[in-house]
Design a protein around this ligand. Structure first.
Ligand code: MG
Ligand code: MG
Length: 561
């Protein structure tokens, strides 16, 4: 299907927006009127610029407060039609009236829209009537369709906007009652579920499909069932997107449409990873010291020789020696079909490392796909205190949290889990967990976008034994936990007093229990060791504020052994 995006969805001046939109591979744009008014280029020049970039102008928008007014103002409409002629745009979006002067009279609205459509027909222009969720009298897409049907003009149809439908709790099944040829345009946006004024929600919090809570793919299926053949078009108003790099936002939008098409078509991920093969860290020497304390031992160079493998049980960490502060640079994932995983990622616009089975995520993390876990690894698992990598937590750059979440979910085939805002002494940490089988990722957006360490969590079969050894042999290695935490924990649960003694954190859910502890931070990295008992599915998020506060307070703590 043709893919479009509203110019309002990305940052920049109109020429910058068009260049970014074209570079991301879109076929056309919805030209937002303000973008044209603020542009030095004439409508003819905009048309040429777009055409040079391979873009059509599929929609001009918005035309407001027209229908069901005390008097009809066709002069304003004629002006728009002439501008559209110069732009080569053939569809005008008319949104439902929000004016206090609007009259609650469907017949009057239909008569006015018919007049508008008749005039538009002289210019070869079509009118797409959209029910705004906050329209004065028309705020439901089926209401808009009744008025369009009443007006009965071939140049008048409806524009459907997923946000306006879902934000009012509308059921998209009703779309199937509209003939496909009367759906003139389809605008797609997702949004997180927020309890707030719908206008503010729409203007500031829209996100690309797949980044929010709406079933946009389900809505598109209903639209396609009508025989609709027009474009899929993104219309997103978002405070972060307006500030972010336009190229990046446009590519993110295109990725969301590709993932949406796959979801609409019921396509499964062809090669979902099954587990972590390794985590790779840049090391200045302090990580190897910490890994040695945790019981890891060097196991020779990684094939190709760029890194040294450190191993404990079935957990592998690759270290590259650099002069930089330690940071997490790559993760390796086991899976049935590395080449298939790379092909899938490439379709979703992930940059691939030529000659390898590696791609690069938007946050800069390299992801290497490897084959199924070998027998060697399986045999080694269970041999030590640590069995495998349980999860990896990646810190995300400011303004790019939605992009990263959609990237990891769609490219790796992970399913979203808990999404939280965790209090930090200096702000809120936003966190999104996602998983597939043994691959668990947690994306964190640190307060203010700065700082925030990444972490790799190892699974242990007997965490208390590990904690006992580490506390005895390596004082200063583990993050201390406040006594107040245990006073509260012991009031809530009947827990082993060893938790307090060893500084082990605790959580439980309806499926099981969770024990975990943290090392201190070196550079931008720390380690966590966890033990899942029963079918516990979370990540100990309830304890994250404690961890964050202690980390903030103990920045200067160094390993003493
Ligand atoms: Mg809209
Ligand atoms: Mg964790």
């Amino acid at each position: 299907m043709r893919k479009c995006i509203a110019t309002v969805s990305v940052s920049g001046t109109l020429p910058e927006k068009l260049a970014a939109i074209a570079a991301a591979g879109f076929d056309g744009v919805e030209l937002f009127e303000n973008d044209l008014l603020a542009c030095m280029l004439s409508p003819e020049e905009v048309r040429l610029r777009a055409a040079d970039l391979g873009l059509s102008i599929d929609l001009y928008q918005p035309f407001r407060d027209f229908e069901a007014m005390p008097s009809v103002d066709l002069r304003r409409a004629e002006h728009k039609f002439r501008v559209m002629e110069r732009l080569g745009a053939r569809t005008l979006l008319v949104c439902s009236n929000v004016s206090p002067e609007a009259i609650d009279d469907d017949e009057l609205a239909a008569a006015h829209l018919r007049l508008l459509a008749e005039r538009a027909a002289d210019y070869g222009i079509r009118i797409a009537y959209e029910a705004l969720a906050w329209g004065r009298h028309v705020n439901d897409y089926l209401h808009a369709w009744r008025i369009v049907r009443m007006a009965d003009h071939p140049n008048l149809g409806v524009c459907l906007d997923s946000f306006h439908i879902f934000s009012r709790g509308g059921d998209p099944i009703g779309i199937e009652a509209i003939p496909g040829e009367k759906i003139f345009f389809l605008q797609l946006a997702d949004a997180p579920l927020l309890a707030m004024d719908v206008l503010q929600w729409s203007r500031h919090y829209r996100v690309f499909p797949g980044q929010g809570a709406f079933d946009v793919a389900g809505l598109v299926r209903h639209v396609l069932a009508t025989g609709y053949t027009g474009p899929l078009s993104l219309e997103v108003f978002n405070d972060h997107f307006r500030q972010a790099d336009a190229d990046r936002t446009a590519r993110d939008g295109m990725r969301s449409l590709i993932a949406l098409e796959q979801a609409v078509g019921g396509e499964e991920h062809p090669a979902t990873p099954t587990g972590f093969a390794f985590a790779e860290l840049a090391d200045d020497g302090s990580v190897r010291e910490m890994l040695a304390a945790l019981g890891f031992a060097p196991a020779g160079p990684y094939p190709g020789g760029h890194a040294e493998v450190w191993r404990h049980g079935g957990a592998r960490v690759l270290l590259t020696r650099t002069g930089r502060a330690p940071e997490l640079t790559a993760i390796g994932l086991h899976g049935p079909d590395p080449a298939g995983a790379v092909r899938h990622a490439t379709r979703l616009l992930a940059p691939a490392r030529p000659g390898t089975d590696a791609i690069v995520a938007p946050d800069g993390t390299e992801i290497l796909f490897t084959g199924p876990a070998d027998r060697d690894g399986a045999a080694a698992a269970g041999a030590g205190e640590i069995t495998h990598i349980d999860h990896v937590a990646l810190t995300q750059p400011w303004h790019h949290f939605e992009e990263a979440a959609l990237f990891y979910r769609s490219v790796l085939g992970l399913r979203p889990q808990e999404s939280l805002e965790v209090p930090d002494p200096y702000g809120l940490l936003r966190s999104q967990a996602m998983s597939a089988g043994e691959v668990r990722l947690v994306l964190n957006l640190a307060p203010g976008g700065a700082g925030g360490a990444q972490h790799v969590a190892f699974a242990a079969t007997d965490l208390l034994a590990v904690a006992r050894r580490l506390r005895a042999e390596h004082p200063g290695l583990l993050l201390p936990i406040p006594g107040n935490y245990y006073d509260d924990l012991e009031a809530r649960y009947d827990v082993d007093p060893a938790l307090r003694e060893l500084g082990v954190l605790y959580d439980r859910d309806e499926h099981g229990e969770f024990l975990h502890l943290y090392t201190v931070t070196v550079g931008g990295v720390f380690f966590e060791i966890v033990q899942r008992i029963g079918g516990y599915r979370g990540f100990g998020a309830v304890n994250a504020p404690i961890r964050l506060a202690v980390q903030r307070a103990s920045r200067s703590l160094k390993m003493s052994a």
